[in-house]
Structure formats: C-alpha cells, structure tokens
Design a protein around this ligand. Structure first.
Ligand code: MG
Length: 386
C-alpha cells in the first residue's frame, strides 16, 4: 500500500442539528460519506481507503458503505485531531503506507483532479493540502462594526484532502497529542514540516449546515448522469443433451450447451456488457473457469454479482438489450419467460429489458447448430463522482 486515504467521519455534526449526523445524510441519492469514500476508492492513485467513525453510528455506517471493499473502520476520538491520530495509529499497526491523505467526510464533492494534484505534490513535498486562495475582502469586526480591513494577500482557505509522508505525519501527531488543532496541516506545521498549497476545486465545499446541503445538491446536478454503455458477446458449443439454459430459462432440447457453469450464453453476454459499461474487466476475470466453485453454477449468480458491482458504484441499470443467434431452439415460445427472468435477475422493471433472436440463415457455426452466440448491450447510469 503506497497511498492510503483516511476519511474522518467520527463527528457528531452538532452544528448541523437533526438526528442524523451530517456525514450520513443523503446528497443526490447517496449518503455524504459514501460519496467521499467512492471518490477515493475509484481514484487510480489511491490504494486503500480507511474510515474513522463513531461506533454509535454503526448502523448508519453499515447502510452507507457496508457493501464497499473497506477495512473495518477505526473508532475515532473526541476531537478531530484525536480521530486522525487514532486512524494513523491503526494504519501504522498494519505497516503504514508511504503517503497518507486525510479527507473530511463532509467534503463529498472532492474531484479526481484535486486528488491527483495533492498525490503528485507528495513526490516532492513532505506535505501538500488542497486549498483555495481567498478572494473576498476580509474585515475584522468589533461587535457588528468593522474594526479593520485585513490584507488578504497570501491568505488561503484550507480544504481537504491533505496529504503527507505517512511517517512524518504520524510523528507530528504523536508530538501534538492533547492539543486541539483543526486540521492536519496545523499539526504538520507545529512539527516544522513544510506543507505545499495545492489549488483546490472551488466546488470542494464543506457541508456544515443545511443550506450547504442544498448548495451541494445544486452543484451535483442530476445525480446519475454519468451514462455508460457496454457490449458483451459470448459463444458456447452445442453438444448432445436434453436441456438448454438461456436467459435463466431451462428449455428442453436434444442438445445442451457445453461450459464450466450452466453455459447460459445469453447471461454471460449480459454480464460482460455490464462489466464493459463499468470498465471493470470481464466475466472470465471475475469468475475464472479454472475455479471449481463455478462448476455447474447457475449464471443468474454472475448477473447478481454484476448488478451488485453497479450498485457498489451508486449506479443503476438503465437498460439491457440481448440478441440470441441460433437456429434452434426456437426462442419465440420462451421469449416472455426469458424477458421476465432477465428483469428479475437484473432487478429492473420489464420495460428495461429487451430480447431478440435471429438465425444466421443456416450459415456459419450457429447455422450448422454447432453452437449458440449471444450479444448484449447494457446501459448503466452512474453518479458523477466529482
Ligand atoms: Mg460463457
């Protein structure tokens, strides 16, 4: 592990009011914490994401990110500084990473470019934080009256992520134990570490009060408008037998499809179309045919897994379109059952699946009934992870 992101989600969100701590509130169809976690989990320069939480929020935590590939969360402390130190100690106990990024769960609109810039800066700096140069003129108040105008030149607002050489930050936190510093750059500064300022995306706002939630939702726009299309193709050989499984429906036939699983060529094409839309490998990578546990397995299991991969990303399946290429069996008699099964397996309404069948006019391997081919196109809607 070379770069780990520590997400601080232990706060009780007192400034926010309400029963649910702000990091677990919904923003555009997804808990705020989940958005923050996914931004780092899907970033190519981040190797692992570790959350620091409050065990009082166990149920909310599980509902928000329990299905994601995360190590067990670390229990935070009373102050933010304590929570980060406890998170660093947990990482150190498992051979700490080379670099660590600390990110507040309440900044769910963090974008990939800012993460990249902070990571890259760590190649030449002990610390680097996302920050925004101040543009407003600053006034010092005396009650409700201006006492002075403060020179804003050289002033920046500190955002997260804040990245550091792991060992340097770990030691700085040990030294600063018991203080109440409000960000990790302050801990690093206290230890004399140089920290670079990296321009942050201006939308990388911190959600502090309910108005912020509305602003963040507006910035987010449509929640699921990252639309992806994937294509899948599969072929299985026909051998003598008495049953064929297509689209999860068993059809009596004088041949069967040869394969490691139940050889449901249509569902295999569907899985590959979904994996294609996600840019996440193919069915052979997720379910190697050398693995005995998939022998004779119903392919609906693979579809459930692929759908789970979409959900893990906060997405939905918009549509799946399947074409079967075979002379026999004739599909028309089984079409309705197949459509119903496809909708059930994909967990979508029936209007979101389509099934067509064609012969190849007795030409080629499908025409000679040596095998059956299937094609599928999947359209997937993912949240825009900013
Ligand atoms: Mg196959």
């Amino acid at each position: 592990m070379t770069v780990t992101c520590l997400i601080v989600a232990a706060g009780s969100g007192e400034r926010f009011g309400g029963d649910i701590p702000k990091q677990y509130l919904d923003l555009g169809g997804m808990p705020i914490l989940r958005r923050s976690v996914l931004a780092f989990l899907h970033h190519p320069l981040i190797n692992a994401v570790h959350v620091v939480f409050n065990p009082k929020h166990e149920k909310l935590y599980q509902a928000a990110v329990g299905d994601l590939p995360l190590p067990p969360p670390t229990i935070g402390g009373i102050t933010r500084q304590d929570s980060v130190r406890l998170g660093l100690e947990a990482l150190a106990s498992q051979q700490g990473p080379r670099h660590v990024l600390i990110h507040d769960a309440a900044r769910p609109l963090i974008d990939a470019n800012t993460i990249t810039d902070v990571c890259k800066a760590l190649e030449t700096h002990a610390g680097a934080i996302a920050a925004k140069p101040l543009v407003d003129t600053l006034k010092k108040a005396d009650g409700a009256t201006i006492a002075a105008t403060i020179d804003r030149t050289h002033l920046w607002q500190a955002h997260t992520p804040q990245g550091f050489q792991f060992n340097a930050l770990y030691q700085a936190h040990q030294k600063a134990k018991g203080q109440n510093l409000t960000d990790d750059a302050a801990v690093a500064e206290a230890a004399g570490l140089p920290v670079a300022l990296i321009p942050s995306n201006p939308d990388n706002m911190k959600i502090t009060n309910p108005d912020d939630l509305g602003r963040a939702a507006r910035l987010l726009g449509q929640p699921l408008d990252d639309i992806r299309t994937g294509f899948g193709f599969d072929v299985h050989r026909l051998i003598p037998g008495n049953l064929i499984t297509l689209c999860g429906v068993e059809i009596p036939h004088n041949q069967t499809l040869e394969g490691h699983s139940d050889a449901d060529v249509a569902l295999h094409a569907v899985c590959d179309a979904i994996f294609g839309a996600l840019g996440d490998g193919d069915i052979g990578i997720h379910f190697p045919n050398t693995d005995p546990q998939w022998r004779g397995k119903a392919s609906g299991h693979f579809v459930h897994y692929a759908v789970g991969k979409v959900r893990e990303r906060g997405g939905v399946i918009a549509h799946v379109d399947v074409t079967l290429l075979c002379e026999r069996p004739k599909i028309s008699a089984h079409r309705q059952a197949m459509l119903a099964k496809l909708a059930e397996l994909l967990d979508v309404t029936p209007d979101r699946v389509a099934l067509k069948a064609t012969t190849t006019e007795r030409m080629g391997f499908t025409g000679r009934e040596e095998g059956i081919a299937a094609q599928a196109v999947a359209t997937v809607r993912l949240p825009v992870v900013r």
